[in-house]
Every structure is written in structure tokens, then in C-alpha cells.
Write a protein that binds this ligand. Sequence first.
Ligand SMILES: [Zn+2]
Length: 206
Amino acid sequence: MSGLTKIVNSVPIVSALAITACQGRPDKILVDYKCSPLEINLITKAMDEWSEATDSSELDIPFSLGFNSDEDPYGFLTWERGSEAVIYKIETTNPGYPVLKERAGADFLGSSKEFTYMVFVEDNIQGYVENEVFKNYEEAFYGIALHEFGHFLGFEGHLSSPHSIMAGQIYAGVETCIDEETLEYYCDLQECGPNKHPTCKYNIEE
Ligand SMILES: [Zn+2]
């Protein structure tokens, strides 16, 4: 983001504020009170893993727990990028689900928009656990959180390697991580630190 910093430094403060308001990162991420302590822990871990992989402390945006999504149950559809981003946990019965499904073109486990919102679909995630695509709910939720954080932090599109956490599909029994390819792609788009490194904890056999 050094390019942006230069622009901000060379324009009057009012314009700089305008740039920050429409293009900057949110100051905090509101987390749906429907998320369990385990899910909140996994969301936090996923953000930490991206920070570690990219060696970028800029990714550490504080979470604010206790956002009451009942007051705005499908507000993610109209959520605007600003000082607060939001994480929802919904079920497929949520009226916003079919809208996102139509945009995505298929059923989905999670969805996110850059620095704006992230949505987890609990019953769909549970379904993939029951179909043994994932070993258990914790593994499923963590994998989805890592993937959606990738999009949330600015990762565009998907990669073809089934081992990448940013693969467009889930392959049963295939371990995924922030691998070399994912990191290279990401660090072309966003700023990464000198100690960036893949976070894979297994050996990929080609
Ligand atoms: Zn995706």
C-alpha cells in the first residue's frame, strides 16, 4: 500500500480522509453474537494465519464481539464498505441466502466482499461435515474462514491448485493451506513483508 500512502501524504487532509473512507481498511470487524466461542477462536486464528503468511501486521483488524444480527438479519446484502466490516453466521433459511446464492451461481459455505462483510452458512457447513468432506465442524469452519479471509483481504478469484486455500472447490481429503502459489498471487496484489512464508504443515507430493 505504499502507493496509497504517497497519495495520502501529498493531498490536503480533507481529500485524504475521503480516500481513507472509501478505500481504506475498516477500523474493526463486528462479529455476529450467533458465532460460538469456538467459531470466534477459529476466525481469529484464520486472520492470524494470513498475517503470519504475508508478514503483514496491516491485516490485524480488531474484532468487536456481540454484533446483534437479529436487528439487521440480512444486512450483509446492503453492507457498505466503511469503518466497520461485519461477520454474519446464517442458515440457508436466511432471506439473504438465496440472493447471494443467485450471485454465486451455486450453494455456498461462506461468502465475503473485500473489507466489507463475511458470511458463514452453518447448515451447509454442517452438511459437508456429514458428507465427510471434512473430518469435523472445527476443521470445516477453519478452512472456510481461511478461504473467506483471503477474499476479505483482497484476494481476487480462485486458484486451480487443489492444495491452495484459495482453490475454487473443496476436494475431500485434500489438505489445503496458504501455499507458495497462493502467497505469490496475493503478494502481487497487496503488500507483504520480507518474512512472508507459506503456512503448510504437510508435504505436498506432486
Ligand atoms: Zn472463494
